[in-house]
Design a protein around this ligand. Structure first.
Ligand SMILES: Nc1ncnc2c1ncn2[C@@H]1O[C@H](COP(=O)(O)OP(=O)(O)OP(=O)(O)O)[C@@H](O)[C@H]1O
Ligand SMILES: [Mg+2]
Length: 625
């Protein structure tokens, strides 16, 4: 079927009101529900029906591992939403979750770090302030000492982003990283561009940003040697500026670095040619379901960053759309968010923080009016609470539960989950519900609790089970989950990554050697950024990166040599140095050591651990070594 006839087919299917149709349906397990009646659907079966409209009041699915959340709720709902031509975003957390997308290739698109993914420029449609808000949130995860540490780096990131925009270049996460890490290259672009501008023609906001940046003596332009800022004259002052700059950009670079360094992420999420992930078109014009394919066990914190950006892009598209009514949103069509492992996505506003990011309470409260459905799952509310910043007001948590109209609670012993099932939705039968969820539920059985379900004429609390249901064949779709084959090797690094010096090995290698000879550390870093190997060494075995750093160590880095060595270790690791290769000449007593041993020596177990993990990963990806 062509795309067009495909969607026409869907439109004919859902020309009538979809809102009263059943999205989820479960078989009752007792003669009467604990509260409310069974569904009034014309059927002799005792069942609970959740319509599309009911679902716009949002659904929370809880339950211990293996209790049946995915099979019994998430996949049936997803199947139904896809079959009715709805569009949305699915944040997956397990590789097998992609089965649904693979089974519906025409309606689904995959974004993330696997080879199933369509390359995009993830931030092409993201306003600069929102990007900075995200960086701010994730930099906080990398260190907890001092909020100020790294705060100026956010402004430099925004500055780079806005500058590229004004230059007519699409910034990516990777090129923001590269500009912050190789300031000289950035300044080489910035200086001539800025010299040709009439400052009065630049947007006011940009001029303010520039002034703000120029006020730091250690700012990105000063660091890169720009002629448009005052340079510190005294060497001491210059050293201090270098150090300050490193401190302020370090935490953000940690968040951004994988997007520049890891081929899987760079090629698929930071592709300037690929353009934006245009959610407005995907949601409203050619109903598409976007799946994220970037599981945390493969991608660590990067997964959270990507999923958060996807979520924000989708929300912005929904909020920006003006044709909801005309398109029949909330009547004959719906958009949706289906998110497993909700605890890793939840974002509630902590008191006093704004940051331009819409928090989940506001979103869960407002999304209903746009015909949007949120279905979120988590193993237990304790893990959800644990993810919230300690300063989150309890009112925010309570209001989150107010905004979750229906709870489907599979078996769980988590006390907070049991309390929520008992208290938040239901007073009188709280104890019965708690006992049911805690003790007697088999896999695929659940307590459904809702303040209002239209086919029940109001509130319901009932013991149900996911089994075949007459008239709702999608309810058993999850049972064939394991028959849907998904390629398990799809996270392997792209073939090019195995080649140590991709594309133009001679040129990159040459660039590196030239930079070393010019004693230019920034130049060396820049060459590494564009793909030269950090393991490149001279004939006598000297590591190129080490050599460059060694020449300039006192001028460029912290005067304290030990501090510098630590910094260099981080650099080496960041650029993919092989921990098994000795550090190379010019290092005195360290020269015979591997980077990993140096990290151990300087009592940096974190670094040593990363180096060792890195080595394991290398081995896995390159078994021939
Ligand atoms: N309704 C059901 N009928 C029969 N078996 C079921 C049902 N629901 C789930 N199962 C079985 O239980 C297993 C685990 O279910 P599922 O993957 O849905 O759990 P989960 O709650 O999503 O777990 P996790 O938190 O680890 O993702 C399934 O592989 C399936 O074999
Ligand atoms: Mg699951």
């Amino acid at each position: 079927m062509t795309n067009e006839s495909h969607y026409a087919h869907h439109r004919s299917l859902c020309a009538d009101s979809l809102k009263e149709e059943v999205l989820l349906s479960f078989r009752g397990q007792t003669q009467y529900p604990i509260q409310g009646p069974w569904s009034t659907s014309k059927t002799s079966q005792a069942r609970v029906d959740i319509t599309f409209e009911d679902a716009t009041r949002n659904i929370l699915v809880t339950g211990a591992t293996g209790s049946g959340k995915t099979v019994s709720v998430m996949e049936p709902a997803l199947k139904r939403l896809i079959d009715t031509g709805c569009s949305g975003l699915v944040l997956t957390s397990k590789p097998q979750d992609l089965g649904v997308a693979i089974a519906h290739p025409e309606q689904c698109r995959v974004v993330g770090g696997s080879r199933l993914c369509t390359p995009v420029n993830l931030i092409a449609d993201l306003p600069g302030e929102i990007l900075v808000g995200i960086l701010d949130r994730f930099r906080a995860n990398t260190q907890s000492r001092d909020r100020h540490w790294g705060s100026r780096g956010l402004d430099y990131a925004l500055f780079v982003y806005e500058t590229y925009r004004l230059m007519g270049r699409e910034p990516t996460l990777a090129c923001i990283h590269n500009a912050l890490a190789s300031t000289r290259e950035f300044v080489e672009e910035f200086d001539p561009w800025f010299a040709q501008r009439d400052p009065s023609e630049l947007p006011e906001s940009y001029r303010t940003l520039l002034t703000n940046i120029q006020n730091d003596f250690f700012n990105i332009l000063a660091h890169g040697g720009s002629m448009h800022v005052q340079q510190a004259q005294h060497p001491r002052r210059r050293d201090e500026a270098m150090m300050q700059y490193t401190w302020h950009t370090g935490p953000i670079l940690t968040v951004l670095r994988p997007f520049a360094m890891e081929d899987r992420l760079r090629l698929r999420l930071c592709n300037p040619q690929a353009g934006a992930l245009d959610f407005q078109r995907l949601l409203y014009d050619e109903p598409t379901v976007v799946f994220s394919d970037i599981p945390p066990h493969e991608f660590g914190q990067n997964a959270a960053v990507v999923n958060e950006i996807l979520r924000i892009l989708m929300r912005n598209a929904v909020l920006r759309e003006t044709r909801h009514q005309e398109l029949g949103m909330g009547e004959s069509r719906f958009t949706f968010l289906v998110a497993d492992e909700f605890q890793s996505h939840v974002h509630l506003q902590a008191a006093g923080t704004g940051g331009g990011l819409l928090d989940d309470n506001t979103w869960f409260d407002r999304s209903r009016e746009y015909g949007h459905i949120n279905i979120v799952a988590t193993q237990g509310l304790s893990s959800l609470y644990a993810q919230l910043p300690p300063e989150t007001p309890s009112a925010a948590v309570e209001s989150l539960f107010q905004n979750l109209g229906t709870m489907i609670a599979f078996s769980s012993h988590d006390r907070k989950t049991l309390n929520a099932a008992g208290d938040h939705l239901y007073g009188p039968d709280a104890e019965r519900i708690r006992q049911l969820v805690a003790s007697s539920l088999a896999t695929g059985e659940a307590a459904v609790l809702s303040r209002s379900l239209s086919r029940h004429g109001g509130a319901v609390a009932a013991h149900v089970r996911n089994t075949p249901i007459f008239g709702a064949p999608h309810m058993t779709y999850g049972h064939s989950r394991h028959e849907r084959k998904v390629p398990t090797d799809r996270y392997d690094a792209p073939a090019a990554a195995r080649i140590v010096e991709p594309a133009h090995p001679k040129r990159q290698g040459q660039r590196l050697v030239e930079a070393v000879e010019a004693h230019d550390v920034a130049g060396v870093e820049a060459a590494l950024v564009v793909g030269a190997s950090p393991n490149t060494r001279a004939e006598d075995g000297e590591s190129m990166l080490m050599a460059a750093v060694d020449h300039e160590i006192h001028a460029y880095y912290h005067p304290d040599e030990e501090h510098s060595h630590k910094h260099i270790m981080e650099l080496l690791l960041a650029y993919g140095a092989d921990p098994d290769v000795p550090a190379g000449g010019g290092w005195g007593e360290f020269s015979a050591w591997t980077p990993w041993q140096v990290a151990e020596y300087f009592d940096r177990p974190d670094l040593a651990r990363r180096l060792r993990a890195h080595r394991r990963m290398e081995r896995r990806h390159a078994p021939h070594r």
